[in-house]
Write a protein that binds this ligand. Structure first.
Ligand code: C2E
Ligand code: MG
Ligand code: MG
Ligand code: MG
Length: 284
C-alpha cells in the first residue's frame, strides 16, 4: 500500500520499505508476527582454540522456523528485517535465547562465551545498552561472557554515535568483535578507535587460503595485525584439517567452521559438547 505514496523516505521512516514486492511485504508481515510468536530459533556454532581444540564459546546464529516454508536461513530474512525496521525485535529475541543458554551452560560448569551478531541497522542506542544489562543480570551471566559482533558497515553508518554506544558496552564489560573482517572499508582505523578485542577473518578468505596465494596473504596479514594489536583473531569458515594446521602455523588463535561443527540447535549442542569433552578426555 505504500507504493503510490510518492515518498519512499517517509514510508521507510514509518518502518516499511516502499520498494518491497507483494511477496516480500507478505513475508515481512509474517516475520513481524513470527518474532512475537517465538518462531525465531537460535542455532549455535562452536568456536575452539586452534592450539588445543578446546571449545571456548559459541556464535549464536538465527533461524526462522516458518510455519509453511520450514527452516529459513538468515540471508532470506535479515535483509528484509533490516529494510523494514524489525532488527531491534529480532536482536532482542536472539539475545534473550543466547544469554539464557549461556547462563545454563555456566551453571552446569562450562565456562563458555556466546557471541551475538548485530546488524548494520541494529539500534546502537540507549535501549540496546539497557536491554543487554538487564539480560545479563536476569540470567546471571557475567558481561565478559557476551561478545557482540559488528561489521564495518554498522560503524560506517554513524561512526560518532556507534563509538559512544560501543564505549558504554565496553564499560559494562561486554566483548566487541569485528565480523567479516577484511571485506569492508578502512578496517584499520576502526581498530584503533573502537574498544574492540577480537576480529573474525571472513570465511571467503579462509576457505580458499590453501588454493589462493592472495587469500593466504590476506589471512596472514590479518593474523599479524591482530596479534600486534593484542586482539583475539578468529578464523571462520575452517572446513578441513589442513586449513586448521596452516592457521595454527600462522599464529591464529581461534577457529570456527564446519571442520569442528556446523551450527546446531541449542539442545543438540549440549550433547555435542558432552561427547566432545569425552573424546578429549580419552585422548589425554
Ligand atoms: P556470520 O556472522 O559471518 O556467520 C557465519 C556464517 O558462516 C554462518 O552462516 C555459518 O553457518 C557459516 N559458516 C560457518 N562455518 C562455515 C564453514 O566452515 N563453511 C561455510 N561455507 N560456512 C560456514 P548463517 O548462519 O547462514 O549466517 C549468515 C549471516 O547471517 C551471518 O554471518 C550474520 O551476518 C547473519 N546473521 C546470523 N544470525 C544473525 C542474527 O542473529 N542477527 C543478525 N543481525 N545477523 C545474523
Ligand atoms: Mg558473526
Ligand atoms: Mg562472519
Ligand atoms: Mg557474514
Amino acid at each position: 500500500y505504500a507504493k503510490n505514496s510518492g515518498s519512499g523516505l517517509h514510508v521507510y521512516e514509518k518502518g516499511l520499505d516502499a520498494n518491497e514486492t507483494p511477496e516480500r511485504l507478505a513475508l515481512t508481515a509474517e516475520l513481524r508476527q513470527g518474532i512475537s510468536a517465538g518462531q525465531l530459533e537460535v542455532y549455535v556454532q562452536p568456536q575452539a582454540s586452534l592450539h588445543t581444540g578446546q571449545v571456548l564459546g559459541v556464535e549464536a546464529l538465527v533461524r526462522w522456523r516458518h510455519p509453511r516454508h520450514g527452516l529459513l536461513f538468515p540471508d532470506t530474512f535479515i535483509p528484509l528485517a533490516e529494510r523494514n525496521g524489525l532488527i531491534p525485535q529480532l536482536t532482542d529475541a536472539v539475545l534473550e535465547q543466547a544469554v539464557a543458554a549461556c547462563g545454563r551452560w555456566r551453571r552446569a560448569g562450562h565456562r563458555l562465551t556466546v557471541s551475538v551478531n548485530l546488524s548494520a541497522r541494529s539500534n546502537l542506542n540507549e535501549n540496546l545498552i539497557a536491554s543487554v544489562q538487564q539480560l545479563l543480570t536476569r540470567h546471571g551471566v557475567p558481561a565478559r561472557a557476551l561478545t557482540l559482533e559488528i561489521t564495518e558497515s554498522s560503524v560506517i553508518r554513524d561512526p560518532a554515535r556507534t563509538r559512544i554506544v560501543l564505549d558504554r558496552l565496553h564499560d559494562l564489560g561486554v566483548g566487541l568483535s569485528i565480523d567479516d573482517f577484511g571485506t569492508g572499508y578502512s578496517s584499520l582505523s576502526y581498530l584503533r578507535q573502537l574498544p574492540v578485542q577480537e576480529v573474525k577473518i571472513d570465511k571467503s578468505f579462509v576457505m580458499n587460503m590453501l588454493a589462493e596465494a592472495s587469500d593466504a596473504a590476506i589471512v596472514r596479514s590479518i593474523v599479524d595485525l591482530g596479534t600486534n594489536l593484542d586482539l583475539t583473531v578468529v578464523a571462520e569458515g575452517v572446513e578441513d584439517a589442513a586449513t586448521w594446521a596452516e592457521l595454527e602455523r600462522l599464529g591464529c588463535t581461534n577457529m570456527q567452521g564446519f571442520y569442528l561443527a556446523a551450527p546446531m540447535p541449542l539442545a543438540v549442542f549440549t550433547d555435542w559438547l558432552a561427547a566432545r569433552e569425552g573424546h578429549l578426555a580419552e585422548a589425554r
